[in-house]
Design a protein around this ligand. Structure first.
Ligand SMILES: [Zn+2]
Length: 208
């Protein structure tokens, strides 16, 4: 992974979110395992491996949280996620978009936030994210930013495309700005570029 190139351009990030994993999912779909594996980062990380019994137990917990969130407690949609590193469950969460009135409270984002707080760092290198459903672009991007090392998912976008917009958002992000669902335009680039100039000169600029 090359943070310098990936962090400099949202377009680069979004194109990697929208295109690379989708291609990988299609490849993984031909495999015999029910869960797909996604290496956050470069295309070279693409590998399909048979999950272990331990992996299945973690995914089972994610699916329990999925049912809890969407069917029993109704805190949000039926989505659950578990984050594991070195055999330790760092965080586990269901979707809480409705309970929290927070459109970003997807299970994966909730779990990533909890896990980062627990480890006291904004990254989760070496961790695996088990998510009950194929991560949406926001959750994939959050896992990417968190430098999660591996993602397993159970249900695919196509299993609930009639109910949730994951696939639509992915397709939308591949379109030119002028054709996007949410109108997007540029304003005051020069003023913002000035801050980049200042930031670039800082000897101890923040990197993550
Ligand atoms: Zn999501």
């Amino acid at each position: 992974m090359q943070p310098s190139s990936n962090e400099s351009s949202l377009d680069a990030l979004f194109s990697s979110v929208g295109v690379v994993p989708r291609r990988r999912f299609l490849t993984a779909g031909a495999g015999i395992v029910s869960a797909a594996i996604v290496g956050a980062g470069t295309a070279e990380a693409q590998t399909t491996v048979a999950p272990s019994e331990q992996d299945r137990q973690h995914m089972s917990q994610a699916i329990q949280l999925m049912r809890q969130a969407g069917v029993i407690d109704k805190t949000g949609g039926p989505f659950g996620a578990v984050i594991v590193r070195d055999g330790e469950v760092l965080a586990a969460s269901g979707n809480s978009v409705l309970r929290d009135n927070d459109p970003s409270a997807h299970a994966e984002v909730n779990a990533i936030r909890m896990a980062c707080k627990k480890v006291g760092a904004p990254n989760l290198r070496g961790a695996t994210l088990f998510t009950s459903c194929e991560p949406c672009p926001m959750c994939y991007a959050t896992a990417y930013w968190a430098r999660v090392s591996k993602i397993y998912y159970a249900a695919a976008w196509t299993d609930y495309a009639d109910l949730f917009d994951d696939s639509n958002i992915s397709q939308d992000m591949k379109r030119p700005y002028a054709e996007r669902t949410v109108p997007i335009g540029q304003l005051m680039q020069g003023d913002a570029q000035q801050v980049w100039l200042e930031y670039r000169k800082m000897p101890s600029k923040t990197r993550y």
